[in-house]
Structures are given as structure tokens and as C-alpha cells.
Design a protein around this ligand. Structure first.
Ligand SMILES: Nc1ncnc2c1ncn2[C@@H]1O[C@H](COP(=O)(O)OP(=O)(O)OP(=O)(O)O)[C@@H](O)[C@H]1O
Length: 666
């Protein structure tokens, strides 16, 4: 079974392995070891310089400003030494600032390189995922992981490493310096630190859980926005007057998210306030303990070392400790929070694409492809969660389909809606893979061919013609990137769209697609046909669906298709009379099986399902195609639906009146 999204490990499963996630995050920096080393050295240098300052301060106080004489009293200030020490302090401060700039530059570049790799990897990985993954995942969810989740870890990746390193070095060196100055005072200053670290780990865990929920809510909101604010979504909401419902749906999720954001931000705030308060109060405690020990009340023996300079230097160091300690505790929490986001990103990176190229796959040269397609006892089912049968298995969507499409022939797939025609056609370019049996191209199992050679050999024109937000020219060139302007124009002429393009404001340079010029369904389809003509595949898969076309462009599309089919193997999911009449073979699908096969006349003679469909869908040979706005008759007449009321008499457009049958989508 290849269809359906491969299931990633559930959140609980992933959450159980934070170490593994952490290791994977560290591994992201792997390719940049040298840059990491350079950043580490600059951080080390600037932290050490930072620690040098309090010692200079101590020297300024004890040796330059208030030097002790041999007798133990305070002597005259030593101006020469004072100048040297002040100059050194200024030098150290300036150097630290310069190093800070360099360090920020290096660390930002490093972090952004890692982020760039992560986004590239994720995007490339998603491109490799099979169609089934996208049909079963909300677009907004995918966009949110690539956008919001990756953006959410950005600051952690760009800042955390240097923050952890820088602050750790500062904390450790400050502690060492404080111990050198006075181990007794150091004890007072750090007595609660271990408790804070333990608490921080707990806070981080809670924050991580909240962050996971927040990101899921962000993804839900992106999905709602994407679904409802797209052109189709807005159109649907307007025609059913459901805009208020959509507003309420958005609003409910929005409220949930706002609450989660507040919870996420507030988790641990009181903890951080406590830490801050403790460190803020410590200098006072230090003065007290120092005073008591100098007075001999407390910490006997401390008086010798506790000079004014030492106490000033010590409290300077201790205040300097506050910021990095709080930063480290915060970073610890941030890292845990970001693990929740990383888990969501890795979850996608861990998805195994179900349809991949076999090692040593055959690269069929374009000129060697004849275009002979065969289905051999093919079985396939979607992993859609549809109701299973009594034996627990889902019914087959295609159940033992065998058929032969000789090179250069035109075959038509017909059958009731949902019979499996599109599914069968999609197995040829490997949009899905068979579960049993095989599909071959010129005798090679399609799974043994390289993706590139298969894509070169097979062209697909789907019901919905998708255009990118780009110029007409670039959209057409998607079919053959090296096509010349002359080739593009020739393809457009063959697809009956050249004249229309010429009438657009900027001709071939006009932007179409997503937010570009709105082309009609028929025009888009003709552009899609021109695109496939440019690619010039040996095999053409064609979903003819005419129900989305208007009668005016139907004839133009039909002519374009005739061009496209010429000289290549064509598998048409047929909705036109002319196609079934011209087909070398017709395969009639019903509930996943081919129930009838043969040319039109043979099938009519059998008087089975085809004969019935022919009577219904093609009006027994009078209807060429049923379109969005009416019916095109075989003799070229067009009858449109009444524009407003269903029961109004049909308007005649250039032909004799005929009773209008309801449009039956095939
Ligand atoms: N992505 C999917 N996931 C799950 N089930 C699907 C998916 N696509 C199609 N199906 C189901 O598979 C069956 C065959 O669908 P298919 O689109 O191949 O039919 P069809 O004959 O081409 O119909 P139509 O003429 O209406 O396009 C249907 O029951 C359909 O609901």
C-alpha cells in the first residue's frame, strides 16, 4: 500500500525522546564546525575580558586609590598606577565591545546558515512526498510547519548557541573570580543556584507542552485562513452566506491561540521574578556578611582578605552574574520550548516518501520511448479511512484491471462517476503506485524507471489546469524550460490559444495564475494543453472533463486536444462524443473493474453498460459534450441553460430548438 500519508510518530512518542531531538538539533550545526569554533573563541575571549574588569576595579581601589602602607594604614593615591589601570579598563571595555560586534555577526551568519539549510531540506523533502500526502494533509498545516514552526526556532538557532556558550563562560569565570576573591561570600551568593536549575527544568517542560499546543493552534489558524480566504473559499462562503460562521470559526481558534500565547509567555514568569529578586538582594546580604565577618562576629578569619576593593569587586562580579544566570535559565526554558517546534519539523523530515526511485532505475532515453502502456492485473486502494469490509480491509478502488494501450493509439476510459478511471490513469505517471500487479511502459514496470524519464515520457492534462503566478510565457515554459519563444508560440497556436494571448494586455508577458489575470476555464485548459505540447511527451494522459468548460470554448479546447493527441499514445478519460468515436479502444470501468472493452460499434452491439452510458451521456450520439453552461450537440449546435430560472425555456444560440437534458457529469 503506497497511497495515504505515512504516519509520523505521534506527539507522545516523539516527546519521549527529547535527547534525540536535542542531538538532532546539534547535528544541524555539523556542517559548520569551523564557524562554530570561531564563534566559540570570540565568546570565550569577550567573556574573559569581561571578568578582567572587576579585577582591574579591585586593583584601582586597593592599589591605586587607597594603597596600604607597610604599617597597614591607607596611603596617598598612586596616580601613575591609576592612569595605567584606568587606561587598561578603557581598553578592555572597547575591545569587549568590538568583540561583541564581531561575535554577533559571526553567530548570526552561522544561525542563518543553519536555518537556511533546514528550510531547504524541509521544502525539498516535501517536494519528494507523494501526491497522497498532499491530498490527505491540509495545505495550511504544511505551510504552517514550513513557515511558523521554522520561524519559531529561528531565534533559538541563531541566538541560543552563543547565548549558552557566552553566558556559561561568564558564569563560570565569574564564579572562579568570586571564589578567588572570597569563597565565603561566594557561598552566600550562590546558595540557591542548584534549586533554581532544578526549577528551571520543570518550568521548561511545562512551557514545551504549551508550545506544542500553541503551534498546533497556529497551524489550525493558518489552515482556516488558507481555506476560507482563498478565492474558492470566499466564493463558497458568499454563495452559501456562511461568512458569519467562518468568522466565528476563526474567532474561536483565535481566542484559543491568544490564551495559549499568554500561558506560554506567563509560564515561569514568577520563577524568573524570584531568581531576579534573589540576585538583586544578594549584594545587601554580601555587605551584611562581609560586615559581620570583618567585625569578627561571623566567618572568623575573613577579615584579612575582605578589603573595600574586594567587596566592591565581589559585588560587581555578583551583579554581573545576575544577567547571565537569568539568561541561562531563560535559554534553558526556550530550548525546551523550541524542542516542541523542532519535533514538529523533524516529524515532517522523518516522513518517508512512499513513491521513490529504485536504486539503479532505468533511464529511458526520450527517443527510445515508443509509448506502449499495459496494465497487468492491477489492484489499488486509497488509504483513506473509508469504511472497511467485514474482513477489516477496505474495498479495492481498482480490482484486477488489465488493459493494453498499443503505442500511438487512442484509448478512452469511460464509466460512471467514481468508477476508478482517474485513479487508473494516475498510476501510469506514478502519481500513485499499484498495490498488486504492474503498469508497464514499453515493457518496463514504471517503478523500474527513473522519475525523470517517466516524467519526460508521460504528459498529463488534468481537469483543473493550474497556472503559476507568472507570465504566460513562463507558465508555458514550465513544460520545457529550454523552449524558444518561437516554439512557445507554435505550441500556443496548436492549442488554439495564441490569438487570445495576443489580445492580453502584455501578450505573452501578461501575468496569469494565482493573483494574475483571470483566464476562463477553457483558456486555462488550452494553456495547459500548449504546455504539454511543448513538453511533447510520447504518452498523454488526458482528463477531458468538460463540465467545467463553457460551451463557447468547448470547440476550441476540443480542437486543441485533437492536436495534442496526434502522433502519441493517448489515454483519455473521455467526456466527448468525438473522443469515444475516434478511440481505437474503449475501456468501460465500473466499481474498479474493466467490465467492457472494444471499439464503439462492438460495445454498442453488446448493449451493456457502455450502450446505456452512451444513451445517457452522449444522448445516443447527439451530444458532443456537456458543459458548465449548456450542451454542445454533435452537429455543432449549442444550447445554453437558462441563465436565471431552471424552468425557463432554453435560449437558442445558432441552432434549432432541442429539448435540453440535464447535464449529467460522467
Ligand atoms: N485521494 C483520494 N483518497 C481517497 N479516495 C479517493 C481519492 N481519490 C479518489 N478516491 C475514491 O476512489 C474512487 C475512484 O475515484 P476516481 O476519481 O478514480 O473515479 P473516476 O472514475 O475518475 O470518477 P469521475 O469520473 O467522477 O472523475 C472513488 O470512490 C473516489 O471517491
Amino acid at each position: 500500500m503506497t497511497a495515504g500519508p505515512p504516519t509520523p510518530a505521534g506527539p507522545a512518542e516523539v516527546a519521549a525522546a527529547p535527547d534525540r531531538t536535542g542531538r538532532r538539533v546539534v547535528a544541524l550545526f555539523g556542517p559548520y564546525r569551523r564557524r562554530v569554533a570561531v564563534v566559540a573563541v570570540t565568546i570565550l575571549l569577550s567573556s574573559l575580558l569581561g571578568i578582567a574588569l572587576p579585577f582591574l576595579t579591585q586593583a584601582i581601589f586597593d592599589r591605586a586609590l587607597f594603597p596600604r602602607t607597610a604599617e597597614g594604614s591607607v596611603g596617598q593615591p598612586r596616580i601613575g598606577l591609576l592612569l595605567v589601570l584606568v587606561a587598561a579598563s578603557i581598553g578592555v571595555t572597547l575591545l569587549t565591545a568590538l568583540l561583541g560586534v564581531a561575535q554577533t555577526w559571526l553567530a548570526t551568519r552561522l544561525g542563518n546558515a543553519v536555518m537556511r539549510d533546514l528550510r531547504d531540506r524541509l521544502f525539498a523533502h516535501l517536494q519528494r512526498m507523494e501526491l497522497a500526502f498532499f491530498t490527505s494533509t491540509r495545505t495550511g498545516e504544511i505551510q504552517s510547519r514550513l513557515g511558523n514552526d521554522v520561524a519559531g526556532v529561528q531565534s533559538v538557532v541563531t541566538d541560543t548557541a552563543s547565548s549558552i556558550l557566552g553566558n556559561t563562560v561568564t558564569v563560570v569565570s565569574a564564579l572562579v573570580a568570586m571564589l578567588v576573591l572570597s569563597w565565603r561570600l561566594t557561598l552566600v551568593a550562590v546558595v540557591l543556584l542548584p534549586a533554581f536549575v532544578l526549577l528551571q527544568i520543570r518550568v521548561g517542560r511545562v512551557r514545551r507542552r504549551v508550545a506544542g499546543a500553541t503551534q498546533r493552534s497556529v497551524a489550525d489558524m493558518t489552515a482556516i485562513t488558507q481555506e476560507t480566504l482563498s478565492v474558492s473559499g470566499v466564493l463558497l462562503a458568499k454563495v452559501f452566506d456562511r461568512q458569519q460562521t467562518e468568522v466565528e470559526r476563526y474567532s474561536a481558534e483565535n481566542a484559543r491561540q491568544a490564551e495559549l500565547q499568554v500561558r506560554q509567555t506567563m509560564t515561569g514568569q514568577s520563577f524568573f521574578a524570584t531568581v531576579q529578586a534573589f540576585f538583586g538582594l544578594t549584594p545587601a546580604l554580601v555587605y551584611l556578611v562581609a560586615g559581620l565577618s570583618i567585625g569578627g562576629v561571623f566567618l572568623a578569619g575573613g577579615a584579612d582578605t575582605l578589603t573595600a576593593g574586594t567587596i566592591v569587586a565581589f559585588t560587581t562580579l555578583q551583579t554581573r552574574l545576575l544577567f547571565p544566570v537569568v539568561q541561562l535559565l531563560r535559554v534553558g526554558v526556550d530550548v525546551q520550548t523550541s524542542l516542541a517546534l523542532f519535533e514538529r519539523i523533524f516529524e515532517y523530515l522523518d516522513l518517508q516518501p512512499a513513491i521513490v526511485e529504485r536504486p539503479g532505475a532505468l533511464d529511458l532515453a526520450e527517443r527510445d520511448v515508443a509509448g506502449h502502456v499495459r496494465f497487468e492485473d492491477v489492484r489499488f486502494r486509497y488509504d483513506s479511512g473509508d469504511r472497511a469490509g467485514a474482513d477489516g480491509t477496505q474495498p479495492w478502488t481498482l480490482d484486477g484491471v488489465s488493459l493494453d494501450v498499443p503505442a500511438g493509439s487512442l484509448v478512452a476510459f469511460v464509466g460512471p462517476s467514481g468508477a476508478g478511471k482517474t485513479t487508473a490513469a494516475y498510476l501510469v505517471p506514478r502519481l500513485y503506485d499499484v498495490d498488486a500487479g504492474r503498469v508497464t511502459l514499453d515493457g518496463h514496470d514504471v517503478r523500474d524507471l527513473t522519475r525523470a524519464s517517466l516524467a519526460r515520457a508521460i504528459g498529463v492534462v488534468t481537469q483543473e489546469s493550474y497556472l503559476f503566478h507568472a507570465s504566460v510565457r513562463d507558465n508555458l515554459r514550465y513544460g520545457r524550460p529550454d523552449a524558444t519563444d518561437a516554439q512557445i508560440e507554435a505550441a500556443a497556436r496548436a492549442a488554439n490559444i495564441h490569438d487570445r494571448i495576443e489580445r492580453l494586455a502584455d501578450g505573452y508577458g501578461t501575468t496569469v495564475g494565482e493573483r494574475g489575470y483571470r483566464l476562463s476555464g477553457g483558456e486555462k485548459q488550452r494553456l495547459a494543453i500548449a504546455r504539454v505540447l511543448l513538453a511533447d511527451p510520447r504518452v498523454l494522459i488526458l482528463d477531458e472533463a468538460t463540465s467545467a468548460l463553457d460551451t463557447a470554448s468547448e470547440r476550441l479546447v476540443q480542437q486543441a486536444l485533437e492536436q495534442a493527441m496526434r502522433g502519441r499514445t493517448t489515454i483519455a478519460i473521455a467526456h466527448r462524443l468525438s473522443t469515444v468515436l475516434a478511440a481505437d479502444a474503449i475501456f468501460v470501468f465500473d466499481r474498479g473493474r474493466v467490465v467492457e472493452r472494444g471499439a464503439h460499434a462492438e460495445l454498442m452491439a453488446q448493449g451493456g453498460l457502455y450502450a446505456r452510458l452512451y444513451a445517457e451521456q452522449f444522448g445516443g450520439g447527439t451530444v458532443e459534450a456537456r458543459c458548465e453552461d449548456g450542451v454542445v450537440f454533435a452537429d455543432g449546435d449549442v444550447v445554453r441553460h437558462a441563465p436565471t430560472r431552471e424552468d425557463a425555456p432554453p435560449r437558442d444560440r445558432g441552432g434549432p430548438h432541442r429539448p435540453l437534458r440535464p447535464v449529467i457529469p460522467a
